[in-house]
Design a protein around this ligand. Structure first.
Ligand code: C2E
Ligand code: CA
Ligand code: CA
Length: 726
């Protein structure tokens, strides 16, 4: 019932939640609360408590200002699980992932010390709220005080090992089993897999068909799970719609993937409940001891992270834990925090890269590119931090700052020189963008025709009519528009014909290496230039580094060239210094020919031959083989071991070889990792490493510790290690 209430809030964009703008609703809210049905809470986009209803405050016997503004994860503490029992996922984690909060039990410190020593237990439900443009606004949720039942339930649960509803092992039993199993297996060096399951859309069934139907559904899910897992493992229910499967002596990721897939398939088949049909989905996260964790908390958190990754991809799928998941999640969160601080402190700077006429070597325009120097990380690329800012409203602040700064700086250049500013799709489609551009132009006094906005094809999603309207408004202002990274996106030519764009920037991927033999890129460049000319657009070739590339793009008719061959992006002081004489000429300089070894899109991996360890670059990877570069003098027929990282060793044979590149065929095929990549079926066990003298404790989440092994083995290498240049 409380949820139906929230739904109506959502339809109205949630603006009136809390009763501010809709007094009628406030009254209903009060009535619902008085009936003792529930209490309500809300957070802002940063996860801080922004609203707590009257009854909730009364329940805690605390003044509002003691709680409002505090991070939710601070107000609501996680309940302490039984020793060894897997924890429910922390609420802070859920908020970060912006996933729904469902039946999450938390503890709160109340004002009045009482029978429960001042602690109340609430069961929370909440959902993330987004506006029409997909901006995250915060959480809206309800709560029920379960303090009196909770103490009793805890008591019962403590004594019981069985989940009453499904008859499966309960959280407590699973926790004990996992802890005991891992301790025993550590001694006997056995492996064990943990699958974490979370049903998709279960809440929906529960709400629309009623709780008894939900219970029935959970029982059927339990039956199906038991039917698939059979004697191979133990199935349990953690609570709510979360299940777990414990599989001893299982480390074959091929078999596990198949099992997970069967679970996903089976649970997604329709259910019959009281003569009605219901469909739900499920996501599965998989972690394997000892590779992904050696004790219960470690393995559980690994499986949890994999589950979140599975849910994030698209739901209805499975995902294996990899240490990249952990690294990526923590790195992104950390970088986001640092970025926010850097923006607050004004540490982001703009640099300017010239766009040059390749015939006259005259600068026509400068593109503003953000530069961020982090104390610890060093220079962080905008290609890394812009996507992080885009997850957040931070991009709006950064974008407006860049626009203002660039317009100001441009005023110090000769009047004929344009300034180009990158605009992220999120910034572009936000209401009021056009107005903010107009404002900046007015404040700075820059003539609109000198400003170019660089936009990528990614703005052409969603409501195209709306996007068109933004374009028309911007054109009315008199600013110029450039289509950036042309050729990388959807590459639909439809939106070129509508005449919005003044300039088309040919993506670097077509330009770099365009002079290599037999390359189709020159033909593509020619075609794009011709098309752009026909539609009256100026063309820019991006990422030109070598003199031969410059020659080619000039001959093919590119109007402007942007690339290291003329200049990288430089700070405003240097711009003013360099062009102090006002001629705006810049001489090209660079390597005479494009050097293909500088393509760095590939992954660095290891290669073991005899007792030597080499670094190589993986050029491509298939299930059955790979191409590597970075070594010279490797004869065909050589047996080697490819180290793909994290214990993934692949026995391979060199089947063809040129001077610096080799084709490898794998002894055993790789398997797919569920998300488009490949992985090895088995990994080399940390136990074998321990036997080789590398202690388990040395096994961090990071790289496979072969470096140590390498240091201990020092015979002369058989192959020549080339400089990888990355
Ligand atoms: P972009 O708009 O395609 O910018 C061109 C990128 O290519 C810049 O990278 C530039 O330094 C690099 N580049 C230019 N010439 C060469 C060359 O000859 N060789 C090579 N290897 N690279 C070259 P940067 O500065 O790292 O920026 C990366 C991306 O970050 C930009 O790609 C743009 O999408 C985004 N970005 C940068 N500044 C902003 C900004 O103020 N707002 C927004 N929304 N995005 C920005
Ligand atoms: Ca750009
Ligand atoms: Ca570009």
């Amino acid at each position: 019932m409380a949820l139906g209430f929230l739904k109506s809030g959502k339809q109205n964009g949630g603006a009136g939640f809390g009763g501010k703008s809709l007094p009628g609703r406030a009254a209903v809210l009060g009535e619902v609360e008085e009936l003792g049905i529930g209490m309500f809470w809300a957070t802002d986009a940063e996860g801080r408590l922004s609203f707590l209803s009257q009854r909730a405050l009364a329940d805690l016997d605390l003044p509002a200002d003691a709680l409002i503004g505090k991070p939710l994860s601070q107000v609501f503490s996680e309940i302490e699980a039984e020793p060894g029992a897997p924890q429910q996922r922390a609420i802070g984690f859920k908020i970060k992932a912006r996933s729904r909060i469902e039946e999450h039990v938390v503890a709160l410190a109340a004002g009045k010390p009482g029978a429960e020593e001042g602690t109340r237990w609430w069961r929370l439900n909440g959902r993330p709220l987004v506006d029409a443009r997909g901006n995250f606004l915060g959480y809206r949720g309800s709560a029920v005080d379960i303090t009196s039942q909770y103490a009793h339930e805890m008591q019962v649960a403590r004594q019981s090992q069985v989940d009453e509803l499904t008859g499966l092992a309960n959280r407590r039993k699973l926790g004990e089993r996992l802890t005991a199993m891992l301790a025993a297996f550590r001694v006997s060096q056995r492996s064990c897999a943990l699958m974490m399951l979370d049903l998709d859309r279960f809440k929906h069934v529960n709400d629309t068909m009623g709780h008894p139907a939900g219970d029935d559904l959970l029982r059927q899910v339990a039956e199906r799970l038991k039917g698939i897992v059979k004697d191979n493992g133990e199935v349990g229910r953690l609570g709510g719609d979360e299940f777990q499967v414990l599989l001893p002596d299982m480390d074959d990721r091929g078999v596990l993937g198949e099992l997970a897939n069967r679970i996903v398939q089976s649970l997604s088949q329709p259910y019959q409940i009281n003569g009605r049909r219901a469909i739900i989905g499920t996501s599965v996260g998989i972690a394997i001891a000892p590779y992904d964790g050696i004790d219960a908390p470690e393995l559980t958190s690994a499986a949890d992270m994999a589950l979140y990754a599975a849910k994030e991809t698209r739901g209805g799928t499975f995902c294996f834990f990899t240490s990249e998941l952990r690294d990526a999640a923590s790195k992104t969160a950390e970088l986001g925090d640092r970025l926010r601080d850097a923006v607050d402190r004004g540490e982001l700077k703009l640099a300017y890269q010239p766009l040059v006429d390749p015939v006259t070597n005259q600068v026509r325009c400068f593109e503003a590119l953000l530069r961020w120097h982090d104390e610890d990380e060093g220079a962080v690329s905008p290609a890394d931090f812009i996507p992080i800012a885009e997850n957040d409203n931070l991009i709006i602040r950064i974008g407006e700052m860049a626009l203002r700064q660039a317009c100001n700086d441009a005023l110090q250049w000769p009047e004929s020189i344009h300034v180009a500013v990158n605009v992220s799709a999120k910034q572009f489609t936000r209401p009021g963008f056009c107005k903010s551009v107009a404002q900046v132009l007015e404040i700075t006094g820059l003539p609109p025709a000198r400003l170019e906005l660089e936009i990528t094809e990614s703005v052409f999603v969603g409501d195209i009519e709306e996007v068109d309207a933004i374009f028309r408004d911007l054109k009315k202002l008199g600013v110029r528009l450039a289509l950036d990274d042309f050729g990388t996106g959807y590459s639909s030519l439809g939106y070129l014909k509508n005449g919005h764009f003044d300039k088309l920037k040919i993506d670097q991927s077509f330009v770099r290496g365009c002079t290599e033999n037999g390359d189709t890129n020159p033909a593509i460049i020619t075609a794009i230039v011709a098309l752009a000319k026909a539609l009256g657009m100026v063309t820019v070739a991006e990422g030109v580094e070598a003199m031969d590339e410059l020659g080619l793009v000039r001959d093919r008719g590119a109007d402007l060239v942007q690339g290291y061959v003329y200049s990288p992006a430089i700070f405003q002081e240097e711009v003013l210094d360099k062009f102090a004489d006002g001629t705006m000429l810049v001489e090209p300089s660079g390597p005479p020919r494009h050097r293909s070894e500088r393509i760095t899109i590939f992954r660095k991996v290891g290669l073991i031959h005899e007792d030597h360890y080499y670094n190589v670059i993986l050029r491509n990877l298939s299930k059955t083989g790979a191409r590597i570069t970075g070594l010279a003098g490797v004869p065909v027929g050589t047996d080697v071991v490819l180290d793909l990282g994290h214990g993934q060793l692949v026995v391979s044979r060199v089947v063809n070889a040129s001077e610096s590149s080799q084709g490898l065929k794998f002894e055993t095929s790789l398997i797919s990792d569920g998300s488009g990549g490949f992985m090895t079926r088995h990994r080399i066990s940390p136990y074998s490493l321990a036997e080789a003298g590398i202690p388990l404790a040395a096994l961090g989440a990071g790289a496979f510790p072969l470096a140590k092994w390498r240091a201990a083995h020092k015979s002369p290498p058989a192959f020549i290690q080339l400089d990888l240049g990355v």
